[in-house]
Design a protein around this ligand. Structure first.
Ligand SMILES: C[S@@+](CC[C@H](N)C(=O)[O-])C[C@H]1O[C@@H](n2cnc3c(N)ncnc32)[C@H](O)[C@@H]1O
Length: 458
C-alpha cells in the first residue's frame, strides 16, 4: 500500500513547481521516515485507535500508523486527515482507496475521515489516541486568522508548523501519543517560547531523532531547515531519561542512540530551550552545566548589543580620528582573546560623541563578537576591555552593532574584578561547547548569552 501511495505521490510531485510547494508548505515525508515515525507512535496494547494526521498531504503518516497498528492486532480504527489544498485532496483520496483495499485484504474495518479544511481554524472537539504530523512550514502574519485563533501561542513572528504542534496537543487524549517531524527552530529562540512551554508541561517526551543532513527525511525534496522528530505521551510528568537517536541517510538507519537525563535537556534555561546533544561528549557537557543553577541575569549582569548600526549613523561615524569623536569598538578589535585598537581596516572606528543615543561610559567590560567565522574553533570570540586599552584619554566610547558587551542589569559600570571573574567563567571550554548546543548557527546573541547557566555567587 505505502509503495503504491508513493508512486502516485511522485506523479503528483512532478507536476508541482518549487514555488507552489513552498507556498503550500508541501514537502512529503519519505517512506522509511514515515515507517520510522509509525514505530514511534505505536504502543503495543492499542486495540482500538483514533488516529489524527493534520496536514495530511498524501496521508502517508496516518496510513503508516494504521498499517503498524493492524500488524500489532488493532481491530478497530479511525484515521482522520486534515488537508486544505484542493489539488492534494485528489491525491489523498487515491491513498484512501488504496488503504481501503489493504484493510479489506486484512479483514479489518477502518473508518477514514477526510476533512478538507484548515486544521487550525477547525472546531473539532474530538480527541485522538495518536496525532502524527509533518506540518507545513510557513511564516504567518500576526494578524492572520490562524495567528488570531491561536493567539495564546503566538510571540513575535508566528509559523504555521508551531501552531500545528499546539493544536495537535490540544486534540490529543490524555496518555495519547504525539509524533511530529518538524524543523529544529522551535527548540530555541524567543518566538517559540509559548509552544515550548505547552509541550514541556503536557508532553512526556521519550525520543528525539535528529538527521545528519537536511534532506534525509524527505522524499526528493530540497529542504533547507534542519529537521527533527519528537515523540512523547500526553501526561504531566516527564520521565528521567530521553533517548536521542540520529541517522545520516534516508534509510533511517540509526547510527547513534544516547540516553540523556531529561533535566539536562529540557527547560534548563529560562526560556525553556530544548537542548539536543548529538554525542556522548555533548551529553556530558549538558549534565555538567546543569549543576549551575543561576544565570548571568539572576546575578545582576546583562549582555547588550552594541548600539551603532553603521548604515543608520553614516553622518556621525568616521574612519579617521576627529575632534569630538570617541573610539567605537568593533569586532575587528577582538582577536584571539585580546583587544587591539585601532586596527588597520578601512572601516569606521570613531563616532561623534554628540550622538548621545550611541555613546557609552568608558568602563571595563567583556566584548563578545556577534558573528564568528565557521572555521574558528571557538564560537565565543571574546576579550576583556579596559579604558586604558584605547590609547586615548576618553570618558566615553561607543560599540558597533556586531559586538555584544557586558554591563550590570541596571546599567551601572562593572569593576575590573567583576569583569575578570565573569571572563574566567565564560572562557571555560564547556561554555563554548554549551553555547554551540544551544545555538547551532555562527551567531552569538546577547539574549542567549544571558541564558547561560552560571554558578551562584559569581
Ligand atoms: C509538509 S506537508 C506534509 C504532507 C504529508 N503529511 C507528509 O508527511 O508527507 C504539509 C501539508 O499540509 C497542508 N496544509 C497546509 N496548511 C494547512 C492547513 N492550514 N490545514 C490543513 N492542511 C494544511 C499542505 O497542503 C501539505 O499537504
Amino acid at each position: 500500500m505505502l509503495r503504491d501511495i508513493f508512486e502516485k505521490t511522485n506523479e503528483y510531485n512532478s507536476m508541482q513547481t518549487a514555488e507552489s510547494k513552498k507556498k503550500k508548505g508541501q514537502y512529503f515525508t519519505g517512506l522509511r521516515t514515515a515507517e520510522f515515525m509509525a514505530d514511534m507512535a505505536i504502543v503495543k496494547q492499542n486495540t482500538e485507535l483514533h488516529i489524527l494526521d493534520p496536514g495530511a498531504g498524501n496521508g502517508v503518516l496516518g496510513l503508516s500508523v494504521m498499517q503498524r497498528a493492524i500488524e500489532e492486532g488493532c481491530t478497530q480504527c479511525t484515521v482522520t486527515f486534515y488537508e486544505n489544498d484542493n489539488e492534494c485532496i485528489n491525491l489523498l483520496n487515491q491513498s484512501i482507496e488504496l488503504a481501503k483495499r489493504f484493510c479489506l485484504e486484512k479483514g479489518v474495518t477502518v473508518d477514514f475521515v477526510l476533512k478538507a479544511e484548515n486544521f487550525i481554524l477547525s472546531d473539532d472537539d474530538k480527541k485522538y489516541d495518536i496525532v502524527i504530523s509533518n506540518p507545513p512550514y510557513k511564516k504567518l502574519r500576526k494578524d492572520s486568522n490562524e495567528s488570531k485563533k491561536m493567539a495564546e501561542y503566538v510571540y513575535g513572528q508566528p509559523n504555521l508548523y508551531a501552531l500545528f504542534m499546539a493544536k495537535g496537543m490540544e486534540m490529543l487524549k490524555e496518555n495519547g501519543r504525539f509524533v511530529y517531524i518538524v524543523p529544529r527552530s522551535w527548540t530555541s529562540g524567543a518566538y517559540y517560547k509559548n509552544i515550548r512551554k505547552v509541550l514541556i508541561s503536557e508532553l512526556d517526551i521519550d525520543q528525539i531523532h535528529i538527521f545528519g543532513s537536511r534532506n534525509d527525511a524527505f522524499s526528493a525534496e530540497s529542504v533547507l531547515q534542519e529537521t527533527m522528530i519528537i515523540s512523547g505521551t500526553k501526561s504531566k510528568g516527564q520521565r528521567e531519561d530521553i533517548t536521542i537517536t540520529s541517522s545520516t541517510t534516508g534509510d533511517m538507519e540509526v547510527v547513534s542512540s544516547l540516553s540523556v537525563e531529561s533535566d539536562a535537556c529540557i527547560g534548563m534555561t529560562e526560556d525553556s530551550y530544548i537542548m539536543i546533544p548529538a554525542t556522548e561528549h555533548e551529553a556530558d557537557v549538558l549534565k555538567d552545566m546543569s549543576a549551575n543553577k543561576s544565570t548571568l541575569g539572576k546575578q545582576g549582569y546583562r549582555f547588550c548589543t552594541g548600539p551603532v548600526v553603521e548604515f543608520r549613523n553614516t553622518d556621525t561615524i568616521s574612519i579617521e580620528p576627529k575632534d569630538d569623536y570617541v573610539p567605537m569598538l568593533r569586532s575587528a578589535h577582538v582577536t584571539e582573546g585580546t583587544f587591539r585598537f585601532p586596527v588597520d581596516v578601512r572601516k569606521a572606528q570613531y563616532v561623534d560623541r554628540r550622538n548621545k543615543k550611541v555613546v557609552l561610559r568608558n568602563s571595563p567590560t567583556i566584548l563578545i563578537r556577534r558573528i564568528s567565522a565557521k572555521e574558528e574553533t571557538r564560537r565565543l570570540q571574546m576579550c576583556i576591555y579596559t579604558p586604558d586599552m584605547i590609547n586615548v584619554d576618553s570618558d566615553m566610547i561607543s560599540i558597533e552593532n556586531h559586538v555584544n558587551y557586558l554591563t550590570h542589569s541596571d546599567g551601572t559600570a562593572l569593576t575590573i574584578n567583576e569583569v575578570n571573574r565573569v571572563f574566567q567563567i565564560l572562557s571555560q571550554r564547556k561554555y563554548d561547547e554549551y553555547y554551540r548546543i544551544l545555538n547551532g548557527s555562527t551567531q552569538v546573541n546577547a539574549s542567549e548569552l544571558n541564558l547561560l547557566p552560571v554558578p551562584f555567587n559569581l
